[in-house]
Design a protein around this ligand. Structure first.
Ligand SMILES: O=C(O)C(=O)C[C@]1(C(=O)O)C=C[C@@H](O)C=C1
Length: 275
């Protein structure tokens, strides 16, 4: 039986590329979902076994919807993947480059090419997915429109590449999480992700961070997102280096649980290499 790995977008998206790089070979099948919510519902309802979702980009920052769904859903992070992202400007085979005035793509991809689009005076139109934008301009035969997506998306939909490597920063990476319904701590795990919320009192964030600092635990990312229930209250997402079996880690995690209003151990996993 094949393991079903879900991703958001169409075939040819960066999420699919990232999923197939991590799960190569004949034992996996890849299932596209239109939205992040449908993807998260798919894994919660056991329609798929795993999901690969973007969490942050090195140029544009966090993917907020993913963070919000990680609070809402009873799901876990079991791995991370770094994917190098190089964007192409893609048009229909019968389009003339001088007639292109609008560009469709995923908001993250449009943002990663902001300076390029401004320099060419091209208007941007956000869509649910990069590869989906290629499919859309092909099916609707838009001759004045381009899409931003991967080289593979251009090949899949048999389209013309007008320009390559159009991202504003050539050092452009997206970090993906591998999401599962179950989680198991393993001896080789060297990274941990947690979520917490804290009371609105002076020093409460400091008191949590102190538990890590005093034990020389390295934090690799902190993000905050509105709780949405109470205005100006936040969930904090922290990634840290270590294994739950280490005393300094287990002690810090149990101490902070006495300081916070809400706590979730999002997952423990193996740190990915940046290729
Ligand atoms: O639209 C895609 O191809 C995606 O996989 C989504 C996504 C994202 O959400 O960040 C993934 C990687 C790139 O940074 C641009 C878009």
């Amino acid at each position: 039986m094949k393991l079903c790995v879900g991703f958001q977008g169409e075939s040819g998206s960066y999420s699919e590329a990232s999923a197939s790089s991590r799960f190569p070979g004949p034992h996996y099948s890849f299932v596209p979902f239109k939205s992040f919510r449908e993807l998260f519902d798919g894994i919660e309802n056991s329609v798929i076994d795993l999901a690969v979702v973007p969490i942050e980009n090195s140029t544009e920052g966090s993917v907020n919807e993913t963070y919000d769904l990680l609070v809402e859903k009873p799901l876990f992070v079991i791995g991370e993947i770094y994917q190098e992202i190089h964007h192409c400007l893609i048009i229909n085979k019968h389009s003339s480059p001088e007639n292109i005035s609008v560009v469709y793509s995923h908001p993250q991809a449009l943002a990663q090419c902001r300076r390029y689009l401004q320099s060419k005076s091209l208007d941007s139109i956000p869509m649910y997915d990069t590869a989906g934008s290629v499919k859309f301009i092909k099916e609707s035969m838009k001759l004045n429109a381009a899409a931003i997506a991967s080289k593979r998306a251009a090949q899949i939909y048999d389209m013309k590449i007008l320009d390559e490597n159009i991202e504003d920063n050539s050092n452009n990476y997206t970090r993906f999480f591998i999401i599962s319904k179950t989680h198991k701590n393993e001896a080789n795990h060297d990274k941990i992700s947690i979520i917490f919320s804290i009371p609105h009192t002076p020093g409460s964030l400091y008191s949590v961070l102190k538990e890590f600092a005093s034990r020389k635990i390295n934090l690799t990312k902190i993000e905050s997102r509105p709780t949405k229930n109470v205005p100006w209250e936040y969930y904090f997402f922290v990634d840290l280096e270590g294994n739950m079996n280490e005393r300094r880690i287990s002690e810090s995690i149990s101490s902070i649980q006495n300081l916070v209003k809400f706590f979730k151990l999002l997952g423990t996993y193996k740190k990915a290499e940046i290729n």
